[in-house]
Design a protein around this ligand. Structure first.
Ligand code: SF4
Length: 383
């Protein structure tokens, strides 16, 4: 049989990392035929990363709700009635327990988020202690605490914080439709303070908030034209929360979400592009497309991970089905145990599917209960 010649041109993978992207260029990437865009993004992904390795982080809310900011998507804003249960700053020992559980389940980075405008002086000693103790577990640390001045950024860096998350959320033009209590420039100043203190930056945005494609272009342009690309770029799909002003916004086409991931990969080829909020609402096929498009980092559940956490188990099975492994160079010894846990989960599911319908239904009901309780109102938000 004659070989079938490919008509696609090989995409260039030797592009220098750029910080001068024009909107028209980014717009042209978004407008590519879907297959060509994914091909280009996947080629760059392969040039810079192992395409089958995904970095896994866990996010814990260390202080929940009653936030003075008015981010229109957020369950934690004190401006909206979302019936979210508020929690004071967690005790350091509790945070360390949760970090240990996350590490046990394959997470290499532990992210801690507090719903603050910015940290208060009296909170800083606790926060610094959390960083030191989680670092002692051998994990990378990340925090999101709102705006930081130079002194606060310096103190966090000195305690050993690896990453600071502070998102730009959307384009400068659409920003005012989403948040009014802090400005785009406030966000850029915090990012500069984080960089100057020597920490790595985790910064991305949210799509599906009713913005136009031009705003997605504008967001990615801002990120890609920062003096240094963020090491982590979370791309969030809006999770619609009842009680917030964005509860009824129209759904974004999932292919447009995949396009956004692919364009982020092309513009910032050396960054980890992370599937963040909204991933749990996506089906497995959409997530697989995102991995093909260059996503190589995920959040692995937003609460304490235990072996009977159905979300975590689902993720483990998806990794197995796709031949993806968690990127965790420092925990190779635990990979074997992790692999065994995945295999046990897969066998258990196969046994259920083999005919134990009554039990299978029961277990699905139980899983639904946990999912409703745990994911109905996300309690941890990247700012
Ligand atoms: S996103 Fe962050 S800053 Fe905005 S309301 Fe929610 S917790 Fe507060």
């Amino acid at each position: 049989m004659p070989a079938i010649a490919s008509t696609a041109q090989s995409p260039s993978t030797d592009m220098a990392v750029r910080h001068d992207w024009k909107r028209s260029e980014i717009d042209a990437l978004f407008a590519l035929p879907f297959n060509d865009l994914i091909f280009q993004a996947a080629a760059l992904h392969r040039a810079h990363f192992d395409p089958n390795a995904v970095q896994v982080s866990t996010l814990l809310s260390i202080k929940t709700g009653a936030c003075p900011e008015d981010c229109k998507y957020c369950s934690q804003s004190g401006h909206y009635n979302t019936e979210l249960e508020k929690e004071k700053l967690l005790e350091v020992s509790r945070v360390v327990e949760e970090a240990k559980a996350a590490r046990q389940n394959g997470a290499s980075r532990f992210c801690m988020g507090a719903a603050w405008r910015s940290p208060r002086d009296k909170d800083m000693p606790y926060v610094l202690d959390m960083i030191r103790q989680v670092k002692d577990l051998g994990m990378e640390t990340c925090m999101t605490l709102g705006m930081l001045n130079e002194g606060q950024a310096g103190a966090l860096a000195e305690a050993g914080l690896d990453y600071y998350n502070h998102n730009l959320d959307t384009s400068p033009e659409y920003y005012g439709q989403v948040i009014t209590t802090r400005t785009y420039n406030d966000r850029l100043s915090t990012l500069a303070n984080v960089r100057d203190a020597g920490m790595k930056v985790c910064c991305g945005g949210i799509v599906g908030m009713g913005e136009e494609r031009n705003d997605r272009v504008g967001l990615l342009q801002q990120l890609a034209n920062l003096p240094h690309h963020p090491e982590s770029v979370p791309i969030n799909m809006l999770v619609k929360i009842e009680g917030t002003p964005l509860a009824d916004v129209d759904d974004l086409d999932p292919f447009e979400f995949v396009r956004t991931v692919a364009v982020a990969r092309i513009l910032m080829p050396q960054s980890y592009v992370r599937l963040s909020a909204g991933r749990q609402e996506m089906n497995d096929e959409a997530q697989a497309l995102c991995f093909m498009a260059g996503a190589n980092s995920i959040f692995y559940g937003e609460r304490l991970l235990t072996t009977d956490n159905p979300e975590a188990n689902h993720d483990q099975r998806l990794f197995k089905r796709l031949g993806i492994h968690p990127l965790d160079p420092r925990h190779e010894a635990s990979d074997e145990a992790h692999e065994e846990a995945i295999q046990a989960q897969v066998s258990e599911q196969q046994a259920e599917e083999a005919g134990l319908f009554y039990n299978a239904l029961d277990s699905k009901r139980a899983a639904k209960h946990v999912l409703d309780k745990d994911t109905g109102r996300p309690t941890a938000t990247e700012h």
